[in-house]
Design a protein around this ligand. Sequence first.
Ligand code: NAD
Length: 274
Amino acid sequence: FSSEMAAFRKAFSEAKHIAIITGAGVSAESGIPTYRGAAGQWRKWKAQDLATPEAFSRNPSRVWEFYHYRREMTLIREPNAAHHAIAECEARLSRQGRSVVVITQNIDGLHQRATSKHVLELHGSLFRTRCVSCGKVSANHRSPICDSLKGKGSPDPDVADANIPVINLPRCEDNNCNGLLRPDVIWFGETLDSNVLTPVEKELEICDLCLVVGTSSIVYPAAMFGPQVASRGIPVAEFNIKSTPNTSYFTYHIQGPCGTTLPAALARHNSEVI
Ligand code: NAD
């Protein structure tokens, strides 16, 4: 172990309420590209330019195809060692009367698939839709646009746009609303849902150890969460393949792929109840 890791392990052994903030980097080793990495591109657009309300008003068909692609691609990927280490840690610590909460910026559902129970999704989910007219949120168990895409193309990144007419895009089925549906995700420039933000703030107030895993720490307000906890004098550990603009606020910086570093960091201590 590095001395940083050894110091983190000591803080971890003493913590009762652990908040784990995760970003796209936690899913990178599952084969899901981060936005700012080399693969953060779909067709000829940057992923960041499609995840906006402006892109959806300009071309809802293209944005739906992008989310269809992300949804289908996520379904064929599996949680990796970092997701599993977090889920196992939550289960083990809960038997000891200690708690773990995951506060994720990801919309891929991989923490839940790894059996994490207490997950707060800050930026929504690929597996829900929201009506732009009435606001109704629904789970989508199959892709909302696969029927519209039939014979018109595929979600693959290297084919041409399917240009689905707006009338054929997914529509609200509630009380004849028929409004246009959108993915239930928070796009760049949109505000977070207070139903999620309020419990997140509470968790940040009560945690006595915080991990910031695989996030570039430049998307607000999530970028503030780690520094906010650190300003209370609580130990915060960053797990990333490189330094970020927030590294200097944190107690520990554990560098490396989190599929390797997290299982080591969260492993059971010899003295621990199983
Ligand atoms: P980001 O793409 O801006 O940054 C990813 C961070 O992860 C970087 O700091 C990078 O150095 C680090 N990283 C990459 N591989 C890693 C690894 N193996 N181990 C540890 N760290 C690694 O992502 P972000 O900060 O989460 O924010 C961008 C926004 O993009 C968020 O709003 C998020 O919702 C969204 N997003 C989500 C997904 C997903 O759901 N999987 C994927 C891409 C983007």
